[in-house]
Ligand binder design. Structure first.
Ligand SMILES: [Zn+2]
Length: 174
């Protein structure tokens, strides 16, 4: 069975993932963008219509190419390991470019998310401060009355000894 290791394609800007039957080559760090799919395992070989025999592959079998036209043309062909390495070498520049574009995009997305988090945090802080200001300038009145709300400290549990609502479960500001 032909084998291919990540370390053999890594230097050309490629990464690989594999399962029992296939190896997928992708620009480093982008496993969802498959540029070349090759079969490496045993396959079913029909010696005649009535006998199914498992034969070990001597070479890789090309399953899918990044280019649809190439796939149409070459799918099912057998390719040697050196052909696969050659493919990586040939596409080295493009793969590295794609990876770095992807990385940049991820960084931008990350920065944007961090920025949003910061703004959210600022907004939360502002509303907290506003709330505190209201509580400072307005007079607190405990006990049930019109406009009173369930005590935020004890959750209105008047059974508990709560200083904030004086154990009434209700707090209002006026
Ligand atoms: Zn309370």
């Amino acid at each position: 069975m032909p084998t291919l290791y990540e370390s053999e394609v890594n230097k050309y800007g490629f990464g690989l993932s594999f399962n029992d039957t296939c190896i997928e080559l992708h620009p480093k760090g982008m496993p969802n963008e498959v540029w070349l799919e090759i079969q490496h395992s045993e396959y079913e070989h029909y010696e005649n219509p009535f006998v199914t025999k498992l034969c070990p592959l001597r070479n890789f079998k090309l399953i899918r190419h990044r280019d649809i036209e190439y796939t149409k043309k070459y799918a099912g062909r057998y390719v040697s390991k050196s052909w696969v390495i050659g493919y990586c070498k040939h596409n080295q520049k493009a793969a590295i470019k794609r990876s770095s574009e992807h990385e940049e995009l991820m960084e931008i997305t990350y920065e944007k998310r961090e920025q949003e988090k910061l703004l959210e945090e600022r907004a939360r802080k502002q509303s907290r401060e506003n709330a505190e200001k209201i509580h400072k300038t307005q007079k607190k009145r405990t006990g049930y009355h019109k406009g009173a709300e369930i005590c935020p400290k004890c959750g209105g549990d008047a059974l508990r000894n709560c200083n904030y609502c004086d154990g009434t479960g209700w707090v209002g500001f006026e």
